[in-house]
Design a protein around this ligand. Structure first.
Ligand code: SAH
Ligand code: SF4
Ligand code: F3S
Length: 483
């Protein structure tokens, strides 16, 4: 695609690991067309904003960033402003972009990332075809696409003054395999094992933006990880909104039907690979077989992100989480029996509609009982189109904030205590990089996903070293390399 060769791109990513990995794929696709990564946004011809809808502040940050691109477009005739990601799967947001930011050039969704280079090419072709023509002559749709695979597909190219290419599918039945990805790190990689979500937690927008659950074939995942390992990757993080409900159907392997634990056992056999992690694990589907894998599989890191959301069984039912606080605590006990040193992190929502002081105190009590190594805490945020947004008993902002602060204090105290308890231990650390401020300081992650800073030479990046922990802070550890 000659139109794209030599162009410089820059990607801005909001949201979760899914989006981060999608951005790596977008970068891989553009590099395959001869584009180069710009050193900074200001020198880029193509800027892509990969959006997240999960909470309101993600929306706000997107519109703020988007506004800044208009000036850049005015000074560079080759400039393409592109937006994608979860927000583009919401019709009212796409409508807002069309109305308030009509100069946006390309809009695509979460199900058609693989078509982005082709859309860009259409944009550039249309621009050169329209050059010199008057507005009216060119105000037409250029291409219509076939939509057999999709429930909804849009594609428009508008007038000469403003050419825009849009394509968004509501969902997609098939999984596109074999897309290139430009990894952020040489030594570690995300690997999608499934897409979408079927759980419809009542607060959450993700099932609407990412579509229904679809699992990749186990042989495709195994091959990807073998290729990555051969290319120097030492750690893979398997991604899915709920990896515990992975159901892979194999065409080539026995058995035909694979669950998530089967996949872990098979990946554990890949020789050059050192570490396996995964995200995210829904408590309702965490199986005894997977708990067993923590005991049996040497490469499976002793770390689990197990979002609890609330410690009140009444609220958990209202959230449609389909487990009780007691069942959750039982899982934690089982995990610790299988792997006593397992590190556990979580997500908690504060101020879900109807949350009383008693409900909140149950959350505090659960947090103290589990003793999380770390946690992500969120103020409940109304998401248009989700059931909870319609609930009438919304919690006042000041009550949410007050509870949030109390929760964070309790969590931080526990994190600090747990990290201080690591002092004196020797941890295996996969070195991720050097500090920007001080290149003599390296940082990496322990098996339990704790961040460690220590002095060392940059040549160690990508290798696993033994580090003796000398200091435990709330969010990280410090240590020194042991020979
Ligand atoms: N699939 C993952 C979560 C993806 S969203 C899982 O089920 O664990 C990441 C986190 O964002 C959720 O765990 C939840 O804690 C938070 N979240 C999602 N929707 C939210 C909302 N409307 N308001 C506040 N937090 C929310
Ligand atoms: Fe959202 Fe629940 Fe699905 Fe996680 S499991 S993505 S919180 S609906
Ligand atoms: Fe956000 Fe979409 Fe991930 S809504 S959290 S980027 S799946």
């Amino acid at each position: 695609m000659t139109e794209l060769r030599g162009k410089k791109y820059h990607i801005i990513t909001f949201g979760c690991q899914m989006n981060e990995h999608d951005s790596e794929t977008i970068a891989g696709l553009l590099q395959a067309e001869g584009c180069r990564q710009a050193r900074e946004r200001a020198e880029a011809d193509i800027v892509i904003i990969n959006t997240c809808s999960v909470r309101e502040n993600a929306d706000k940050r997107f519109f703020g960033t988007l506004g800044q691109l208009k000036k850049q477009k005015a000074t560079n005739p080759a400039f393409a402003a592109c937006v994608c990601g979860c927000m583009m799967q919401q019709e009212h947001i796409v409508g807002q972009v069309r109305r308030q930011y009509p100069w946006v050039d390309v809009i695509f969704g979460t199900h058609n990332i693989h078509e982005f280079p082709q859309m860009l090419q259409q944009l550039y072709r249309a621009r050169s075809a329209f050059a010199g023509e008057d507005d009216e002559a060119s105000n037409e749709d250029l291409i219509r696409m076939s939509d057999h695979d999709y429930t909804r597909a849009k594609h428009e190219i508008r007038s000469a003054k403003q050419t825009r290419v849009e394509r968004i599918y509501e969902d997609k039945e098939t999984i596109v395999e074999g897309l290139p990805a430009k990894r952020l790190y040489r030594h570690k990689s995300f690997v999608n094992i499934m897409y979408g979500c079927n759980n419809f937690c009542t607060y959450c927008i993700v099932p609407y933006t990412r579509g229904r659950e679809k699992s990749r074939r186990p042989e495709d995942i195994l091959q990807e990880v073998r290729d990555l390992a051969a290319d120097g990757v030492r750690e893979v993080t398997l991604l899915g909104q709920n990896v515990n409900s992975y159901r892979g159907v194999s065409r080539t392997e026995e058995p035909k039907n694979w669950d998530f634990a089967d996949l872990i056992y098979a990946l554990n056999e890949i020789e050059e690979l050192e570490r396996i992690r995964f995200m995210t694990s829904h408590p309702k589907d965490l199986s005894e077989k997977l708990i067993g894998a923590f005991r049996d599989c040497g490469k499976l890191c002793h770390y689990i992100h197990l979002p609890v959301q609330s410690g009140s069984s009444r609220l958990l039912a209202r959230m449609n989480r389909r487990y009780t606080a007691e069942q959750y605590l039982q899982l934690v006990r089982r995990l610790r029996q299988a792997a006593p040193d397992i590190a556990i992190s979580t997500d908690i929502i504060v101020g879900f509609p109807g949350e009383t002081e008693e409900d909140f105190e149950e959350t505090l009590a659960l947090v103290k009982e589990v003793e999380y190594d770390s946690a992500f805490t969120f103020l409940y945020s109304k998401r248009k189109g989700t059931p909870a947004a319609e609930y009438e008993d919304q919690v006042p902002e000041e009550v949410k904030h007050e509870r949030f602060n109390r929760l964070v204090d309790a969590l931080n105290e526990i994190s600090l205590r747990k990290n201080a308890a690591c002092i004196g231990s020797v941890q295996r650390v996969l070195v991720d990089g050097a500090s920007k401020k001080d290149p003599g300081i390296l940082s990496g992650r322990t098996d339990g996903f704790k961040l460690v800073d220590f002095q060392g030479d940059e040549s160690l990046i990508g290798t696993t070293v033994s580090v003796e922990i000398t200091e435990g802070k709330t969010f990280s550890l410090r240590g020194k390399i042991r020979e």
